[in-house]
Write a protein that binds this ligand. Structure first.
Ligand SMILES: [Fe+2]
Length: 284
């Protein structure tokens, strides 16, 4: 009999215990699917997954999205390496954001697995975009439901921008910056009807959202800054402490994450597999 148990976290997400992801029954998988839709974020502990196990688990959720910017595992192109070397100052994803909002069909989410950890630090923080929307006034909710926003990757991954200006001393990217010039900035609803849960979620983020459609960046900044501040209220944050065998699986359409860069002098290597998503519909 299944020993699967779901422990909701006080900030965001739920921890699922009592399962081995490399020996998962169909019944337990279906249960995990419903937990994922409900919380948009699942934590697992003490998993012993090989790279092949990691890929196999990811495939149960959909097509794997091969990362266009970051280097892959040499034997498993499906696995993107999220590494910070001991001598490296910058980390990847060190501000609040959601991945892939710059795509017309943003990726569903990522399954991130710890491979090499510093003795302490390097936590990943998460917040729920369901909660971020839920806590707003009815007046603000109605205003946001009528808005759409333009997103872009160019200022982050483009030539002579963001990551490229920071350099690539450790060969962690694949030199694909010029490809961002071909990308057409998508426009997404500001409040989406989540494709798995049907719940309303706030869908803007400080990394990739440029402005509201039909608004100037300056006009947009006032409201966006308010939303960004409210979304990360202290009591809404889950601070995930990684241990060997830990996994975080987040939904990009229901959460933000923020990788802490507080372990100078130590190496950290994570394996990330991203699942394809779909176009996002407005909540009403
Ligand atoms: Fe990220």
């Amino acid at each position: 009999m299944s020993k699967l148990s779901v422990n909701p976290q006080p900030g965001a997400g739920a921890e699922v215990t009592g399962v081995k992801l490399n020996q998962l029954s169909d019944t337990d998988f279906q249960e995990i699917q419903s937990v994922f839709a409900e919380y948009g974020l699942i934590f697992f502990r003490d998993q012993e997954l090989t790279e092949a196990d990691h890929v196999a688990f990811a495939r149960r959720w959909g097509n794997i999205n091969i990362n266009r910017f970051f280097a892959a595992h040499k034997d498993y192109p499906e696995i993107a390496l999220v590494t910070k070397e001991a001598g490296q100052a910058e980390n990847i994803g060190g501000d609040w954001h959601t991945d892939h909002s710059y795509d017309h069909e943003p990726a569903l989410g990522s399954i991130l697995l710890a491979r090499d950890l510093p003795p302490s630090g390097g936590d990943t923080w998460f917040v729920s975009m369901y909660k971020a929307f839920e806590q707003l006034s009815d007046g603000m909710k109605n205003t946001l439901r009528g808005l759409r926003a333009v997103h872009s990757a160019k200022h982050v991954f483009g030539a002579q921008q963001g990551y490229e200006l920071a350099g690539d001393e450790f060969g962690q990217r694949i030199g694909n910056a010029p490809a961002t010039e071909e990308m057409i900035n998508p426009v997404h609803p500001v409040v989406i009807k989540h494709p798995l849960s049907g719940k309303e979620a706030l869908y803007v983020n400080s990394a990739f959202t440029l402005h509201f459609e039909g608004w100037t960046p300056e006009e947009s900044a006032v409201l966006l800054e308010f939303l960004y501040k409210e979304a990360v209220r202290e009591d809404h944050i889950s601070r995930f402490k990684w241990r060997p065998g830990s996994i975080a699986f987040w939904d990009n359409r229901a959460t933000w994450h923020n990788a802490q860069n507080d372990y100078p002098g130590y190496r950290r290597e994570m394996h990330r597999i991203t699942i394809d998503g779909c176009a996002l519909a407005a909540s009403t």
